[in-house]
Design a protein around this ligand. Structure first.
Ligand code: IP8
Length: 256
């Protein structure tokens, strides 16, 4: 089984509130279908989640009644995004259903608690792909918090032991600094804990879940079980298909 995260930067315009990149998502879903692989898709929130979450500090948990309408609004926005992603999967011929983490699970101290995941296992047994995503999730300690799609990836990797894990982003891997502004940025084909400490990872717009550094940390956690965990550029047509088929793709691979 393959675990694929479609990052918020590829499926939305992260700088513009609630702008969905329909054509790109349709293409990525077709690549998944064409690969013929058994895949679970998780997706990020992009501008459907991060813009309002940041404005109302939802990632820090409940502190002010003023946050409540924003928490509900973000849940609504990311559900709408998820339904659009699932529509593209269905159109590509993949039976899929959106499973909102905020409606199905809780968090404890900022960590997602999935438990046995009976519903997820049953969906898969039936041949339906459960699609999780970055969401506002109730937290036993903080009232509520933000569960990133990366956290959902960690939980699913634990539960389903995928043979390969692919993070699809708008960049082809980890750099020493932001390659969009620094032409001398060094590319890292491999990331380890030590490399991550050296790197300036302040490379994202309105992002409440840790940007590139957070993603690399998740990748390092997931790759610990003898499986490839890679970050690829999903803006390049064919990259996801190649990665799923095991062909060479420019990427950063996480290794412990
Ligand atoms: O885009 C963030 O999930 P991510 C979720 O996977 C929200 O980091 C609601 C901001």
């Amino acid at each position: 089984m393959f675990l694929v995260k479609l990052g918020g930067s590829v499926i939305t315009d992260k700088a513009r509130y609630r702008v969905f990149n329909k054509d790109r998502v349709a293409r990525l879903c077709s690549e998944i279908a064409e690969s013929g692989k058994d895949v679970i898709v998780v997706h990020g929130a992009g501008s459907f989640g991060h813009v309002l979450a940041k404005r109302h500090s939802l990632q820090d948990g409940y502190s002010d009644p003023e946050q409540i309408p924003a928490a509900a609004r973000v849940q609504q926005d990311v559900r709408e995004l998820s339904l659009m992603v699932v529509s593209e999967l269905l159109d590509a011929g993949i039976p899929a259903v959106s499973v909102p983490p905020g409606s199905c699970f809780v968090m404890e101290g900022g960590r997602l608690v999935v438990g046995e995941g009976e519903a997820l296992r049953s969906l898969r047994k039936t041949g339906i792909m459960p699609v999780l995503f970055g969401d506002v999730v109730m937290d036993r300690e903080k009232g509520f918090g933000i569960c990133s799609g990366d956290q959902a990836m960690e939980a699913l990797a634990e539960m389903f032991s995928p043979e390969k894990v692919i993070f699809v982003s708008d960049i082809d891997g980890l750099y020493s600094s932001d390659p969009k502004v620094d032409p001398d940025a060094e590319f890292y084909p491999l990331v380890t804990e030590d490399i991550l400490k050296e790197v300036s990872t302040d490379q994202s717009v309105a992002d409440v879940t840790g940007g590139v550094a957070g993603k690399m940390r998740s990748m390092l956690k997931i790759c610990g079980k003898g499986r490839d965990c890679m970050l690829i550029d999903g803006t390049v047509p064919g990259n996801l298909l190649s990665a799923l088929k095991g062909e060479e793709v420019k990427c950063t691979i996480a290794r412990i």
